[in-house]
Design a binder for this molecule. Structure first.
Ligand code: IMP
Ligand code: MG
Length: 174
């Protein structure tokens, strides 16, 4: 196996169920929740998270560029695929796979805040707090992890390994 297990499928499923329940409780029982997934990394997490939120939920996707082909941050962030739907008056939750420097999520948060959502929250599956360069509000965090480059459950290295059902650490040389 080119990847060492860090978070098992069972642990992911249990935590995603908790996050979905928390998001529903905070939103209120009958309030529509609008999920904004950050492509591509968040799509696997979002598919499971969406099904863990009872009641009315809608979704949209945005794509940001942050990393090039490697494993180090370029430091510049831009929207490369915008949302299809307006956010005005909606209770929006941004869904991210992982927050590393925080540059991607903070840039997206401030852009989306300007579109007039009724509320704007953030959920990330994984948080690497030791790597933070900008302070970004995280309302829901699945797991805090050490400064490791992780793949699986949607997360990639050069577009590969997104299909792994667990989160793992890439071994040197892969
Ligand atoms: P940030 O802007 O530095 O917070 O980076 C966030 C983005 O970088 C995430 O949405 C991921 O797409 C990517 N990223 C950061 N760390 C990792 C990692 O360990 N594995 C895979 N992608 C990562
Ligand atoms: Mg991402």
């Amino acid at each position: 196996m080119p990847v060492d297990l860090l978070i098992s499928p069972e642990a992911l499923a249990a935590r995603v169920t908790e996050l979905g329940a928390e998001i529903r409780v905070d939103a209120g029982a009958d309030t529509p929740v609008h999920l904004v997934g950050v492509l591509k990394g968040a799509f696997v997490f979002m598919a499971d998270l969406m099904r863990a939120i009872d009641g009315p939920v809608s979704c949209d996707f945005v794509a940001m560029s942050s990393y090039g082909a490697g494993t180090t941050s370029s430091g510049t962030v831009k929207i490369v695929k915008d949302l299809d739907h307006p956010l005005a008056g909606r209770d929006v939750v941004i869904v991210e796979d992982i927050v590393d420097t925080g540059l991607t999520l903070e840039a997206l948060r401030s852009t989306l805040q300007g579109r007039g959502p009724r509320s704007l929250r953030t959920v990330c599956l994984l948080d690497k707090p030791s790597r933070r360069r900008v302070d970004v509000a995280l309302d829901y965090v699945g797991f805090s992890i050490d400064d490791l480059f992780v793949v699986g459950y949607g997360l990639d290295c050069n577009q590969m390994h997104r299909n792994l059902p667990y989160v793992g650490v890439l071994k040197e040389g892969d």
